[in-house]
Design a protein around this ligand. Structure first.
Ligand code: AMP
Length: 458
């Protein structure tokens, strides 16, 4: 197994640091790395950004968690860095991910990789902690960033965010269907309806080799007509050619032998049961004999959830059964497993296309405008006690003019504004104005927290 020559990278990296620091004046303007993005709060978000504001992320995460919990999956959090060998072995040396998209580096004599996916790390954790052996079938879910050095484009980033679920320790078709049903329930909970579930069976270790050689034999005479990528795949992993988007190659594949004809009894029965259970649950699907996935570890069931609305990167989520991953990672006994992974960024594209917002923007409840120094202190103290009751309060930091503070209050779309000055502090009464209705309520300065809380109907 060869990894990038990390020694050289490190040296050039060190040289780069020295050069950067040596330059007297800072010439460059710092920007986030291409293929990554900042998630900004609602108040700062720009409408042109590739992803929605933080509040939409939090809402999506919460709704996904809710469904995961309803299906009784427990959350697992694994490190963002993993041993490179884990990913190389787990995801497969011949995949695009491992051969050209890993952010890998070396420190001392250890190879690290920024995880490009989370299934292999979850399986590593299960094996490391003997989870399935000690506490039975594991139902785990995760959310978090992944990293792939792909060419950035709409729906495809170098740091992207996945959520997913894995059932580890069960070979039953019902586990495959549990995972698919969970995935479908999540998209339903998020309000999406415009997508298509495609499924296929990739067979097991008994059926796949025969199919691979049949496909190679079929394609070999057309070698010169294939794209460079497909020619490479013909040698290394002919199944991946089924995945091609090239129209000429797709036409060629029309006459290719079908994987379905090569399934052994075990794989076929499993596949039939999956389809029957999906039908029982009224989960619509289309069978796609060309569906293979870009990760090597799948066996039997493979599936993908696709949307026509999100552009070229149409896969919202994908997954399947991966009964051989555990032994690939060194397990002495078989540990069958099945799971799915989905991307947040494409989920947001789909939500945007279907005009769905998960949260209505939340604005501050109250702006306490201070007129003068005494009031400034009063406002700071009372903002604190109101905030501790859960009221969202904004104040000014610099004793600016009432006009400037009012401008702020309008910009922030606050519900109520109260102007506090020496007069109010002397009289013990302050007016709270509802900015949308114009209604005014008078509260006592001594009991503002309690009275505002009651009057504004919290
Ligand atoms: P995979 O692990 O390749 O099966 O990907 C699972 C899901 O993660 C895909 O269906 C996408 O939604 C998402 N995904 C994968 N790669 C990227 C990427 N580079 N940028 C954004 N989303 C991605």
């Amino acid at each position: 197994m060869t990894f990038v020559n990390q020694g050289d990278v490190e040296k050039s990296w060190e040289r780069h640091v020295v050069e950067c620091l040596r330059q007297g004046n800072l010439q460059m303007k710092f920007q986030n790395i291409k293929g990554t993005f900042d998630v900004l709060p609602e108040s700062a978000a720009q409408t042109t950004g590739p992803v929605p504001p933080t509040s939409e992320w939090v809402a999506a995460e919460n709704r996904i968690r809710k469904v995961m919990v309803a299906y009784n999956f427990g959350e697992i959090r694994t490190p963002i860095i993993e041993p490179t060998e884990l990913i190389a072995r787990g995801v497969g040396e011949l995949t695009d991910i491992v051969s050209k998209e890993m952010f890998a580096f070396e420190r001392g004599d250890t190879n690290y990789v920024l995880r490009p996916e989370i299934t292999a790390p979850v399986m590593r954790a299960c094996l490391q902690h003997n989870l399935a052996q000690t506490s039975g079938t594991q139902k785990l879910f995760y959310m978090g960033p992944c990293f792939r050095a792909e060419r950035p484009q709409k729906g495809r980033y170098r740091q992207f965010h996945q959520f997913g679920a894995e059932v580890v320790g069960s070979s039953g078709a019902a586990a495959d269907v549990e995972v698919i049903a969970l995935m479908m329930s999540i998209y339903k909970e998020l309000g999406l309806s415009d997508f298509r579930l495609r499924i296929n069976s990739l067979g097991n270790e008994n059926s796949r080799p025969a199919y691979k050689s049949a496909l190679s034999d079929y394609l070999a005479p057309f070698r010169d007509d294939l794209s460079e990528t497909s020619r490479e795949r013909l040698e290394a992993n002919p199944l991946r050619i089924l995945d091609t988007k090239n129209p000429a190659e797709r036409a060629l594949l029309e006459g290719a032998p079908s994987l379905a004809d090569f399934l052994d009894d075990d794989s076929r029965e499993h596949h039939d049961e999956v389809k029957q259970l999906l039908a029982d649950l009224d989960i619509a699907f289309v069978e796609d004999p060309f569906l293979v996935r870009g990760l090597d570890y799948y066996t039997k069931t493979a599936f993908e959830l696709e949307s026509d609305r999100v552009g070229a990167q149409s896969a919202l989520a994908g997954g399947g059964r991966y009964d051989l991953l555990a032994s690939e990672l060194g397990a002495k006994t078989p540990l069958p497993a099945v799971g799915f992974a989905a991307g947040f960024e494409r989920l947001f594209l789909a939500l945007q296309e279907e005009d769905i917002k998960l949260v209505t923007p939340r604005y501050p409840d109250l702006y306490l405008v201070a007129r003068g120094e005494r009031a400034h202190h009063w406002v700071i103290g009372h903002a604190k006690s109101l905030r501790e009751r859960g009221v969202s309060v904004e104040i000014d930091f610099q004793e600016r003019s009432v006009k400037a503070q009012m401008r702020d209050a309008n910009r922030l779309n606050v519900r109520f504004v109260a102007v506090v000055g020496d007069d109010e502090l002397l009289s013990g009464e302050v007016v709270f104005k509802n900015m949308s209705t114009g209604e005014e309520i008078q509260l006592s300065t001594d009991h503002v927290s309690e009275e505002f809380f009651a009057a504004a109907a919290y």
